[in-house]
Design a protein around this ligand. Sequence first.
Ligand SMILES: [Zn+2]
Length: 217
Amino acid sequence: MVDPASSSESSCCGEDSLAESPQAMAAGSGVDLKRIERAVREILSAVGEDPDREGLLETPARVARMYAELFSGLKVDPREHTRKFFTQQYDEVVLVRDISFNSMCEHHLLPFIGHAHVAYIPKGKVIGLSKIARVVEVISKRPQVQERMTEDIANLLVSELDAKGVAVVIEASHSCMTIRGIRKPGSSMVTSAMKGLFRSNMSSRAEVMQLIYGKSK
Ligand SMILES: [Zn+2]
């Protein structure tokens, strides 16, 4: 697996990957890039920097494109990924484990990065596993709090799949806790949303937790 962080180790800018990413290009539509650029120049001036010095000249435009990408989920309805389902009689747990994501904490506009585990017990409707990852992707690409993100993913699958049960567990490390404020590197936050059978039936809940945490990679 390619780690995007290590592949651009020579420079933090990663300008090439951003410029060539179709996701970034598509995300640019509907976002007022020039307005973000002006705001970033303002921030640089406000902290005492000179936004016209050479190293910062391209920064406002770069940050504007980055925000367009990081918030691209605002313009997308995650339900577009759940419309295509299959009819399948299967009433055991379906689990997609370790879906990596990055999102932006809406209180500090700093990233939180982690993994989502999403399980459901179908009632005739089954969707492709990649679609579940897409739903996580769309919902994470918005200003977020982890609690709401967890609930939103669970509620969406309950309503779209009419599943007998949905379980979502998210673990993430929040930069706003690790690099500022209380500064606790290594801490992570775990949230869960249990719906239907996973809420009402203890053995179903125990089973899904065992599937998520029982066997490590
Ligand atoms: Zn925060």
